[in-house]
Ligand binder design. Structure first.
Ligand code: TXA
Ligand code: MG
Length: 320
């Protein structure tokens, strides 16, 4: 099916399309999502088709609030309940044992469902008007950089979806932090928009188990996620070899002595990690579209949102 994709700011239009079983792009505070009725397998199947996503990569179910989330799970482990109470709506996804109301397709057959209440006001208004939750992966073709503006979504998915709900540039800029509960501990499976330090302040010490494709907890966290098409090297400035090639450079902060001719993008003028996270995916897109043979990126300080940024850069640097 081919659509004339519209971009607009009216949640009511998204409600109509979603009620009709279609997929639409929605803004969240982290990245744009490609949403469909999570309770309708026929609608969810379209998400996988549009993204060219393998069926073993499960989807996050977006809800308005904790009360709605509780309808789709057998229970939520106490520590995760406290996290949801503290950080929802926000960039936190929790894993909990699902009920039969969640189709197998959504969780790729896994016993747990991933749940999140997003904070963007347009999408909250949308969720409030719907009688079902929304399955929504990031609105990019599988394996590519997540979109943080409506234009990013349009560039890659126009014609494939009828509507993009435009909520402006995403405030957080990296995907949600995913947590589960296993063997008496809160486990972080994906670093994201909620910093570990912030989580720890509520949950106490946590275990971090970043997923690879071999991890059965989250088979979708493939190592090569978030990859630009252009090769990317992650290295500290002292180790850059900039001779000979057309190079795009991505730095966390200012660089005093960079040769004029090189294409250089900076994530934050003031060394602010939240600002850097906000700018990350747009910067990677710009560098990927520029006429360069190589992208050189330096790691950010490994703290706060810097951890999620470095995780995305490491994955972007992995070649298949
Ligand atoms: O910020 C976000 O989380 C964005 C916005 C749109 O909400 N969504 C997002 O979705 O990043 P996606 O599909 O790109 O990443 C979802 C990941 C999966 O690849 C998998 O690692 C994990 O969430 N996941 C989803 N359901 C799961 C489940 N039932 N069990 C374990 N891991 C799951
Ligand atoms: Mg994604």
């Amino acid at each position: 099916m081919t659509y004339k994709t519209e971009i607009d700011t009216d949640p009511g239009r998204a409600v109509d399309w979603l009620n009709a079983g279609a997929c639409v792009a929605i803004p969240t505070e982290t990245v744009y999502g490609l949403a469909a009725n999570a309770l309708d397998p026929a609608a969810v199947v379209r998400i996988f088709e549009i993204k060219n996503r393998p069926a073993f990569d499960p989807l996050i179910v977006h809800v308005y609030d904790l009360e709605q989330a509780l309808r789709y799970v057998q229970h939520i482990p106490g520590p995760l309940l406290r996290l949801a109470e503290a950080f929802w709506p926000g960039p936190l996804t929790i894993l909990a044992p699902r009920t039969d109301s969640i189709p197998d397709l959504v969780t790729s057959g896994l016993p747990q469902v991933a749940l999140r209440a997003p904070a963007h006001p347009l999408t909250r208004s949308l969720l409030q008007q719907l009688s079902f939750p929304l399955a929504a992966p990031s609105a990019n073709p599988f394996g590519y950089i997540s979109p943080t503006t409506a234009q990013h979504v349009y560039d890659q998915l126009h014609g494939k979806i009828p509507y993009i709900l435009d909520g402006g540039p995403c405030r957080v800029g990296v995907e949600s932090t995913i947590v589960g509960y296993a063997e008496g501990q809160v486990v972080v499976y994906r670093l994201g928009g909620l910093a570990l330090e912030t989580l720890e302040a509520v949950a106490g010490p946590l275990s971090v188990q970043l997923n690879q494709s071999s991890n059965p907890q989250a088979p979708g966290m493939l190592q090569t996620h978030y990859a630009p098409r252009t090769p990317l090297q992650l290295a500290a400035r002292d180790n850059w070899k900039t001779a000979g090639e057309r190079i795009g450079i991505l730095t966390f902060g200012p660089v005093p002595d960079l040769p004029e001719h090189q294409l250089h993008l900076m994530l934050s003028q003031t060394g602010d990690l939240a600002e850097a996270a906000q700018n990350l995916f747009a910067a990677l897109r710009t560098l990927d579209q520029a006429d360069v043979d190589l992208i050189l990126a330096e790691p950010c300080p490994d703290e706060g949102l810097g951890r999620a940024i470095n995780d995305r850069l490491r994955r972007a640097a992995v070649r298949e």
